[in-house]
Design a protein around this ligand. Structure first.
Ligand code: SF4
Length: 422
């Protein structure tokens, strides 16, 4: 019954094949995983802070920042951003006093920009409403901090405060699905609930933060999506996918053979049984993703001679909500699909006129090329034009959402990776 803590009362118990029901096995898995982690863990700046920082609020903040940055972003990319962030804002109080523009500038290039903004809003809340004291449990972190979900709350509470609570992220999903041959859609709520229950059962009671990081590290470095290094895996003796790969025969009736029951909610669907050519990468499985939405946007690099003769470029600020909120970009205009090139130029010329306050001839726009950038759910094509402006070009000071910048200033501004490509 302890294995099912938190599951809805009516949910039938999953077959034992998909659980960790032997206490001795759970103990052995914890021991093997932690011993491997102690030997092989990567040296990362937030781990050093979590281990060395004596002040509990600073420690929680340091882990929080790392967890937000690591969402959707690779460790190697995060390290440099994290180091600069913690130098600039080493405490919640320092972050609470920063401007959104400064946050966006530091975040530029890291993607998913609303993360930085929400982090700062939440820091302000801790300072103003919680007297600067970080909540100490996963439940309170999730309840009190905007933008902190179940995973981030569990990570902060276990790593910073030693709460014995599990975490489930993409790496953990992959490892657990393989350890227990879970082949049902791993993004479905029923499977996710089971994985949270399992993570809470497995987490080591005396070293929960290290255990959670070890499970994620295993997924990031050994139990990787495409070619997992099973031979080097510290928990292979607990892994049912690995055992099945070594000893499994093609079953005559796969869904029945998997669990001994025909309607197991955690086995691969009968229509997509175990494929022996895939081995352990049969798991996890996901329902097919919706293809990203295609968008075309015309953008224009407007150039003028600056006061010292160096070229300057016009950038304008995006609205404060929605995609890339508050970031700066070259003047851009979303285009209807299948628009004729001539019409495209005319629309862009009208749009530019609104920014610079004088007529722009569509024929003067020079086509440069196309830049493709994939946002999480949008396949964006930027159709890039350029235009050199002669004479004195001054902007209406009322248009505070635009400014002329040199190339160096452009790179130091809060601009997206897509605009840097442009
Ligand atoms: Fe992953 Fe292979 Fe280890 Fe199983 S044995 S947990 S599949 S790396």
């Amino acid at each position: 019954a302890a294995l099912l803590t938190g599951a809805p009362a009516a949910a039938p118990a999953p077959p034992a094949r998909h659980l960790f029901s032997e206490p001795a096995e759970v103990e052995a898995l914890r021991r093997n995983l932690l011993a491997w982690y102690d030997r092989c863990k990567r040296d990362l700046p937030w781990r050093a802070l979590a281990a060395m920082e004596p002040d509990a609020d600073r420690r929680g903040y340091a882990v929080w920042v790392s967890e937000i940055m690591l969402q959707q972003t690779q460790v190697a990319t995060v390290i440099d951003y994290y180091t600069r962030w913690m130098q600039k804002w080493p405490t919640l109080q320092a972050l609470a006093q920063a401007s959104l523009e400064e946050v966006n500038e530091l975040w530029a290039g890291l993607g998913y920009y609303s993360r930085g903004k929400r982090l700062q809003e939440a820091a302000r809340k801790v300072v103003s409403e919680l007297a600067g004291r970080m909540p100490r449990t996963a439940e309170d972190l999730q309840k009190l901090l905007p933008g902190v979900g179940r995973y981030t709350a569990g990570a902060i509470a276990s790593i910073s405060y030693g709460q014995a609570t599990g975490v489930v992220d993409g790496n953990v999903i992959r490892v657990l699905c393989r350890l227990r041959c879970i082949g049902a859609d791993s993004s479905s709520p029923a499977v996710i609930d089971q994985l949270w229950d399992m993570a809470n059962v497995l987490v080591d009671r005396s070293r929960p933060g290290d255990f959670n990081q070890a499970l994620m590290e295993l997924g990031a470095t050994v139990c990787v999506p495409k070619s997992p290094l099973c031979g080097e895996c510290p928990v292979k003796q607990h892994c049912r996918a690995w055992r099945r790969k070594l000893f499994g025969k093609a079953p005559p009736v796969p869904d029945v053979e998997d669990c001994g029951v025909g309607d197991c909610s955690l086995c691969p669907p009968a229509t997509e049984p175990w494929d022996s050519s895939l081995g352990v990468t049969n798991f996890p499985r996901k329902a097919a993703k919706k293809p990203p939405r295609a968008m075309r946007t015309a953008t224009c690099v407007l150039e003028r001679r600056g006061c010292h003769g160096a070229p300057e470029y016009l950038i304008v600020q995006r609205p404060s909500s929605g995609l890339l909120a508050g970031l700066w970009e070259f003047p851009s205009l979303p285009l209807a699909q299948d628009l004729q090139e001539e019409k495209e130029r005319e629309e862009l010329a009208d749009h530019l006129q609104a920014w610079i306050g004088r007529p722009v001839a569509a024929t003067g726009l020079q086509f440069i090329g196309e830049v493709i950038h994939i946002f999480s759910h949008i396949h964006q094509t930027y159709v890039v034009y350029s235009l050199h402006l002669d004479g004195d070009v001054t902007l209406d000071p009322a248009l505070s959402l635009s400014r002329w910048v040199t190339e160096d200033e452009f790179h130091a501004s809060a601009v997206s990776t897509a605009m840097k490509k442009v």
